[in-house]
Design a protein around this ligand. Structure first.
Ligand code: R5P
Length: 310
C-alpha cells in the first residue's frame, strides 16, 4: 500500500496534501514537538494508520512517499527530514521515497577552498544511510539535467518547473514571444521545456561567480531595445545574478523584464534589490512560500512522479 506522509517544515503539509490529492493516494501527516532544550521530536501517525499493531513495525511492507522541504531555516528542516525518514525506515517501510521540493545545501558541490565540506554529498550520504530509497527534487542546483539521476547511491529524479513558469508568463502575463535570457549556460537542459511555450529566442550568458555577492556574466551582443524579456534561473538567493542580468538588459533598452525562478529564497533585501534593478515582476513557485509564489510546485512533482513511474 502506498501512502503520502508529509512533514511540518514550511509549507510541506500543503505540498504533501496537494500531491496526494493529485495522485489519489491516502494522505497522513507527522507531528513535530520540541523539548525544553529545543531538541525536536518527530512523531508518525501510527495510531491513525492502524495497519499493524506490532510496535516499531507499523509501516511494515508499506510504500511511503515522505514530502518535506528544507527551506530556511535549513538546518532545522534537515534535522526534521533526517528524524522522519529514519523513523519511517525503522518502522519497516518496504520502500521510502523522499520528495524534497527545495533541497538545501545543494550549491556546495565542490571544494571552493581547501578543507571545505562538499555539503551536497554529505546530505545525500545521510539520506542514503537513513534508508531513503528514492528521491525527488525540483531544479536541484547540483544537477541541471531533468530526469533520472543517482545521488550518493539513491535513485533520484529531478523535475523542472521551467515549463510551468513559462506557461504562467504566457497565460497570466500575456507574453507570447519574449526574448528569453538564461544567465548561466549550464541551465541549457531547461530550454526544451520553455521554448514550446514561449518561442525560441533564447540568449545564454556565461557566468563566473567571484563571491557570494559578486558575479561576472558575459552575454553575446543582442538587440534588447524596446523588447520584453524573461530571465529564467533555478533560484534567487542574494539576488546578485538576477540584479546583474536585469541591469545589463535595462542598459540595453529592454522594455519589460520578468524574472522566472523555481526557488525564490530571496535572502535579506534581495527582492527589493531586484525591483530596484528594473525587474517588473518576479514569477516563482511555492517551493519556498513567498510573495511571488504564483506557481504551485505540487502538480509539477505529481506529474514527474507519474512520468517516472516511481
Ligand atoms: C547559480 O549558478 C544559480 O543558478 C543561481 O543563479 C544562483 O544560485 C543565484 O544566487 P544569487 O541570487 O545569490 O546570485
Amino acid at each position: 500500500m502506498r501512502i503520502v506522509l508529509s512533514g511540518v517544515c514550511g509549507n510541506s503539509r500543503e505540498i504533501g496534501r496537494a500531491i496526494a490529492e493529485r495522485l489519489s493516494l491516502p494522505y497522513y501527516k507527522t507531528d513535530v514537538t520540541f523539548f525544553h532544550d529545543t531538541e525536536m521530536q518527530v512523531c508518525l501517525p501510527v495510531k491513525e494508520l492502524k495497519l499493524n499493531a506490532t510496535p516499531m513495525k507499523e509501516l511494515k511492507d508499506m510504500d511511503v512517499v515522505y514530502v518535506q522541504t528544507t527551506i530556511p531555516a535549513q538546518n532545522h528542516c534537515l534535522i526534521e527530514l533526517f528524524m522522519a525518514v529514519g523513523n519511517i525506515k525503522q518502522r519497516g517501510a518496504a520502500k521510502l521515497t523522499a520528495v524534497v521540493p527545495y533541497l538545501a545545501y545543494a550549491r556546495q558541490d565542490k571544494e571552493f577552498s581547501p578543507g571545505q565540506t562538499i555539503s551536497n554529498k554529505v546530505i545525500g550520504m545521510a539520506m542514503k544511510a537513513l534508508g531513503v530509497d528514492q528521491l525527488i527534487t525540483v531544479d536541484v542546483h547540483f544537477n541541471r539535467d531533468v530526469g533520472e539521476y543517482t545521488y550518493e547511491g539513491i535513485k533520484a529524479y529531478n523535475a523542472t518547473a521551467a515549463g510551468a513558469l513559462a506557461k504562467y508568463v504566457r497565460d497570466e502575463l500575456e507574453m507570447n514571444s519574449p526574448k528569453i535570457v538564461i544567465p548561466d549556460v549550464g541551465h541549457k537542459p531547461i530550454v526544451e521545456f520553455i521554448t514550446p511555450v514561449l518561442g525560441r529566442d533564447v540568449i545564454f550568458g556565461s557566468k563566473e561567480r567571484k563571491g557570494e555577492n559578486e558575479v561576472i556574466i558575459t552575454f553575446p551582443e543582442e538587440d534588447f531595445n524596446g523588447k520584453s524579456v524573461v530571465i529564467f534561473d533555478d533560484m534567487i538567493s542574494s539576488g546578485t545574478t538576477s540584479v546583474e542580468t536585469a541591469e545589463y538588459l535595462k542598459k540595453r533598452g529592454a522594455n519589460k523584464v520578468i524574472l522566472a525562478v523555481t526557488h525564490a529564497l530571496c535572502i535579506n533585501n534581495a527582492r527589493e534589490k531586484l525591483l530596484d534593478a528594473g525587474i517588473d515582476k518576479i514569477v516563482a513557485t511555492d517551493s519556498i512560500p513567498k510573495e511571488d509564489s504564483v506557481v504551485s510546485i505540487a502538480p509539477i512533482i505529481a506529474d514527474a512522479m507519474e512520468k517516472w513511474s516511481f
